[in-house]
Design a protein around this ligand. Structure first.
Ligand code: 13P
Ligand code: SF4
Length: 305
């Protein structure tokens, strides 16, 4: 149930969103109450597409910093706000432009495929971006037998297992998804023998191998809507369960353990969304030359569909 103070905060957010001509974009891992005020909620790919196509003057991005940066790159004329400037992504922080240049020098001439979970500077040093929803399709589309994939070794390994191309992996990973262990999934399967296992490709290879379906967050949401499975073990960040339970009354969702929480995604609260709209903070900016170069890599991905 929504508390009285939350109702007052939401009323004020709604008033300001109209006055500022703002759109609130929300990632599927956000707190439930933040998901509930979204103009649009989705996975990284869908949120990029929305950011590119919105008519709003202001985008309030409820997600982590690289997502807000991507919105700014795709809509540089708009004001992009992130309600908490400290909502970063430890995986994205595992590589920067200098480290990528070094990595490229070790593997000269190969195209660089960058997971969208990277800073704008890293995207600017890359040939094309991918998200978890389209990584294999994008890699398959490239006219090269060998590629560099940064920074997620897990998503990169998953792609490598599905393509004939040689994939050079960078050793980055998502600490939240890596806290889900194969033994947790095996235990959950014993406890719920009829359950289907859905895993995000940021999970370890051991976990991915135990999954019935490997998918991005929105692909998981669609899969559950389209299939009869009544019990589902979710190997991803637990924020996704909010929407799944709302959309699918009667179906049961299980976390493999209690550690699948991304603390950065949870930094954004209703109060911070309100303050963000009140004070027009925190504005996300990207230098123009970086926008031009990073946009090429993102547009390349978006054109593949
Ligand atoms: P998707 O919603 O694109 O699957 O991304 C997962 C994620 O970890 C974002 O940080
Ligand atoms: Fe980064 Fe992982 Fe959190 Fe996504 S879930 S924002 S990849 S740390």
């Amino acid at each position: 149930m929504t508390a009285q103070t939350d109702i007052e905060i939401i009323d004020r957010i709604n008033q300001l969103r109209r006055e500022r001509n703002a759109v609130i974009l929300v990632h599927n891992y956000q707190l439930g109450e933040v998901q509930d005020i979204a103009d649009f909620a989705g996975d990284s790919l869908e949120l990029s597409r929305k950011a590119a196509s919105t008519n709003a003057d202001v985008i309030v991005f409820c997600g982590v910093h690289f997502m807000a940066e991507t919105a700014k790159i795709l809509s540089p004329e708009k004001t992009v706000l992130i309600p908490d400037l400290h909502a970063g992504c430890p995986m994205a922080d595992m590589i920067d432009a200098a480290r990528l240049r070094e990595f490229k020098a070790q593997h000269p001439g190969l195209p660089v495929v960058a997971y969208v979970n990277t800073s704008a500077e890293v995207k600017a040093e890359s040939d094309i971006c991918v998200t978890s929803a389209n990584a294999l399709k994008v890699v398959e589309s490239l006219d090269a037998d060998e590629i560099i994939f940064v920074p997620d070794k897990s998503l990169g390994s998953y792609v490598a297992s599905k393509t004939s191309k040689k994939v050079i992996l960078y050793p980055g990973y998502c600490p939240t998804h890596h806290r889900i262990l194969a033994q947790d999934v095996l235990r959950a399967k014993m406890e719920h023998p009829n359950a289907v296992v859905l895993a995000h490709p940021e999970c370890t290879t051991d976990v991915v191998q135990l999954a019935d379906v490997v998918a991005s967050t929105s692909q998981m949401i669609r899969w559950v809507a389209e299939h009869d499975a009544e019990e589902i073990i979710l190997c991803t960040e637990r924020g996704i369960i909010h929407k799944l339970e709302k959309d699918n009354p009667g179906k049961r969702f299980y976390n493999p353990n209690s550690l699948n929480i991304c603390p950065n995604m949870k930094k954004i609260t209703l109060e911070k969304v309100l303050w963000s709209l009140e004070d027009m903070e925190h504005e996300v900016t990207v230098p123009e030359d970086i926008i031009t170069r990073a946009k090429k890599a993102i547009d390349g991905m978006l054109s593949i569909g």
